[in-house]
Design a protein around this ligand. Structure first.
Ligand code: PLP
Length: 436
């Protein structure tokens, strides 16, 4: 066991981090909303790992569907058809926003966004610029990291892809424009219309409908429909990055449904297979699909439309339905939100609690002026930050949470029950005493 840890530490990379000081926990098994380490210690997963283990662990129906596919056909090149590809597509057409009718399958959220960039540029040529928000994460490769506005993620490669234009986020807790909702009249989104007209050659706008890794920023209710309208009026593609927000996380199949918004392109991953196998999906509208009848779709991977990845999709959709998870998330999500709001009342270190469904952030502050605990700069310099320290304390107590520089992302598996939520919130209540 110690030998395994040593090999992992010495010969594999810990990501987004200096390697020094990494002490990996050896996880051996997992069931439901819990995972276990090599010592048999039990951990509640209170964040679905990186907001992706939506069905929890050990779902037999999904596992069997994958095994069956492995027994039947493990791989065939993507330009040949498979039964599972038709079945997965049918399942997607059932749950996706109506505007999305054609799909490209890859193996991660990053690749789904890379494909979205290329499709947007093919379709809108000669326009090529893409608008993205400062507070955003769209993936780790050169194109998707260039879209990413979160500068904690930039090291040597920021802006290597030309044509990215950024705009401010609807982060009302610390408004980048120093305004207050609703008196602001949504200046942050109305400004986008001006940017498009000044910049020219804008091909598309990409947003996470609810900002994820950058602290679960739920926009005001008018925000997304207004942005959608601005995109349409200016003949610019509207791309919803639902890698994190899709698949029941918000109590809807996709977060755009919360506001009745229909995107031109929707990218997703994580919950599409509930992370039983790697998958990325780039969905496009009928109009975009038709464009490629006479234009080369100049993109593709060996593992594209991989039968084993695709086999998870219909099984996962069936499980979301059989277990009534959207309704579980709506009902228990309110309870989770209420319990997290109580933490705000009990702890002066909690500055803001925001979210919807099973997708919440609690943001920590140093004082009554809402000074953040960890700043982007702290992380950038690689210094230890307070939320990471508290997350470690939580892990010692047997609760895993996904932490950002000054917030925790609370996003339990969608199968979680009231007692799981109570266990997680009570552990947070304990460790937050150290922050007060
Ligand atoms: N887009 C968003 C909104 C994400 O949250 C993530 C990952 O967290 C990605 C893209 C990248 O997905 P992946 O890590 O599967 O490449």
């Amino acid at each position: 066991m110690e030998e395994d840890k040593k090999i992992i530490k010495e010969h594999t990379f810990k990501t987004w981090s200096k390697q020094k000081g990494w002490e990996p926990i050896l996880v051996t098994t997992a069931r439901g909303a819990y995972f276990y380490d090599s010592q048999g210690k039990k951990y509640l997963d209170f964040s679905s790992q990186f907001v992706n283990v939506n069905l929890g662990y050990g779902n037999e129906k999904v596992i069997n569907a994958i095994k069956e596919q492995l027994d039947t056909l493990q791989y065939i090149n993507p330009n040949l058809g498979t039964e599972i590809r038709a079945k997965a597509t049918k399942a997607l057409l059932k749950v996706m926003p109506k505007s999305i009718t054609k799909f490209f399958f890859s193996t991660s959220g990053t690749e789904a966004n890379e494909a979205a960039i290329k499709i947007t540029r093919f379709y809108k040529a000669p326009s090529y610029k893409i608008l993205a928000r400062y507070r955003s994460y769209h993936g780790a490769t050169e194109g998707s990291i260039s879209l990413t506005g979160d500068y904690r993620r930039w090291f040597v490669e920021p802006h290597t892809m030309p044509g990215v234009v950024r705009f401010p986020e609807p982060y009302c807790f610390r408004c980048p424009l120093k305004l207050k909702y609703p008196d602001c009249n949504l200046a942050c989104v109305n400004y986008v219309d001006y940017v498009i007209k000044q910049e020219k050659h804008i091909a598309g706008i990409i947003v996470e409908p609810i900002t994820g890794t950058n602290g679960v920023v739920v926009p005001p209710k008018e925000y997304l429909p207004t942005l959608r309208k601005i995109a349409k009026e200016n003949d610019v593609l509207f791309i919803a990055d639902e890698v994190m927000t899709g698949w029941g996380r918000t109590g809807e199949w996709f977060a755009v449904n919360l506001w009745g918004v229909e995107p031109d392109i929707l990218t997703t991953a994580k919950g599409a297979s509930a992370s039983y196998v790697p998958i990325g999906i780039t969905g496009v509208s009928n109009e975009i699909g038709e464009f490629f009848e006479d234009h080369v779709f100049a993109h593709g991977h060996t593992f594209e439309a991989h039968p084993v990845s695709l086999s998870a999709i219909p099984a996962v959709v069936e499980e979301y339905e059989r277990l009534n998870l959207l309704s579980n998330v709506k009902t228990l999500g309110e309870y989770l939100g209420k319990r997290l709001q109580e933490l705000k009342e009990r702890h002066k270190s909690v500055g803001d609690v925001r979210g919807v469904g099973f997708f919440w952030a609690i943001e920590l502050v140093k004082d009554s002026k809402n000074t953040p605990f960890g700043t982007y700069e702290d992380k950038y310099e690689g210094r230890p930050i307070f939320t990471d320290y508290l997350a470690k304390k939580l892990l010692e107590k047997g609760v895993y949470v996904f932490s950002g520089p000054s917030w925790f992302v609370i996003s339990p598996p969608l199968i979680s029950q009231k007692e799981d939520i109570d266990l997680g919130v009570n552990a947070l209540d304990e460790v937050l005493k150290e922050a007060d």
